[in-house]
Design a protein around this ligand. Structure first.
Ligand code: PRP
Ligand code: URA
Length: 212
């Protein structure tokens, strides 16, 4: 693993929230809220290299040079379904970013390979930094294909935000897309024989939407 490209949130508050999130007794409402909260912290961390512009303001006392972020430079792209659960959290951090959607599901009967069923992104996405959202990085197949699709549209700068990452998925994404920085709340142990993350949190989409 190229550690310089992978950022894990190491913080007691995140550990606390992850414990509740992973617990199978936690219900849909609280699960959804925690995904949003952790996503907000992930996005905050991923913005630590953001470029700012100077502009002049007047405080009640004097003039000063303030800094601003050009929010038009950013687009959030959740991978449906589970990635949508992260959107409200990241929108709190960059409210004016544009939003695209990539629909993908893992074909659980066919080697867990992702199947793409939807792709709609903002018109000038090639000029934006894209923040790709999916709570689970398991084999990495979905993330790799989503990044392929974005690069196919000319996107040059991509960050991937997830809640839980498996070492196998990190390796896969880094091999295929070494330029993409990955931000996760936790790197877990491994995948099981069904390509679920251990200890993980189960099926993120099902837990967010109360399906199954
Ligand atoms: C889950 C998850 C990722 C993918 C991760 O989605 O949200 O998109 O699996 O697995 P991978 O790294 O092995 O590709 P799923 O296919 O279950 O669809 P859903 O979001 O609609 O539930
Ligand atoms: N998708 C999930 O939702 N959970 C996993 O553990 C792996 C893939």
């Amino acid at each position: 693993m190229n550690k310089l490209q992978v950022f894990e949130l190491n913080h007691p508050l995140i550990e606390h929230k992850l414990g509740i999130l992973r617990n199978k007794k936690t219900g849909t409402k609280e699960f959804r809220e925690l995904i949003e909260e952790i996503s907000m912290f992930l996005c905050y961390t991923a913005m630590n290299d953001a470029k700012l512009e100077d502009y002049e303001i007047s405080t009640p006392l004097c003039k000063m040079n303030a800094k601003k972020l050009n929010e038009d430079n950013y687009a959030f792209v959740p991978i449906l379904r589970a990635g949508m659960g992260m959107l409200n959290g990241v929108i709190n951090v960059i409210p004016n970013a544009e939003i695209g959607h990539i629909g993908m599901y893992r074909d659980e009967t066919n080697n867990h390979k992702p199947v793409n069923y939807f792709f709609k992104v903002p018109k000038n996405i090639e000029n934006k930094e894209v923040i790709l959202l999916d709570p689970m990085l398991a084999t990495g197949g979905s993330a790799v294909d989503a990044i392929d699709l974005l690069k196919g549209k000319g996107v040059k700068s991509i960050k991937f935000l997830c809640i839980i990452a498996a070492p196998e998925g990190l390796k896969n994404v880094q091999q295929k897309h070494p330029d993409v920085k990955i931000y996760c709340a936790k790197i877990d142990e491994k995948l099981n024989e069904d390509a679920y993350i251990l200890p993980g949190l189960g099926d993120a989409g099902d837990r967010i939407y109360g399906t199954k």
